[in-house]
Design a protein around this ligand. Sequence first.
Ligand SMILES: [Ca+2]
Ligand SMILES: [Ca+2]
Ligand SMILES: [Ca+2]
Ligand SMILES: [Ca+2]
Length: 100
Amino acid sequence: MRRCSILFVVLATACEDNSLYCNEDVEQNLLAVDGDCDGFLTADDCDDADNTSTVVSEDGDCDRVLTVDDCNDSDATNTLTFADPDCDFAPTGYAYITQN
Ligand SMILES: [Ca+2]
Ligand SMILES: [Ca+2]
Ligand SMILES: [Ca+2]
Ligand SMILES: [Ca+2]
């Protein structure tokens, strides 16, 4: 009787389907909530199909320019960085002058 119980446990373990998990590892995220298995859940991931993408906590507008470098991290069309410290679209040391 006891031998049968042990055999059942061994068979049940062998039949587990781990394909719903990242790398088929039950210790990792489910593919349903982390499509690219980069450790960031879909809601927190700028692109859950790209494991090289940025994440929302570091890049608010997901334009691949990190918050610390982004002149406007709530505007994805503005990808100016602090290489242009005054964020005026002109190279450092220059400024656009409007004429009257
Ligand atoms: Ca992800
Ligand atoms: Ca990603
Ligand atoms: Ca950004
Ligand atoms: Ca931006």
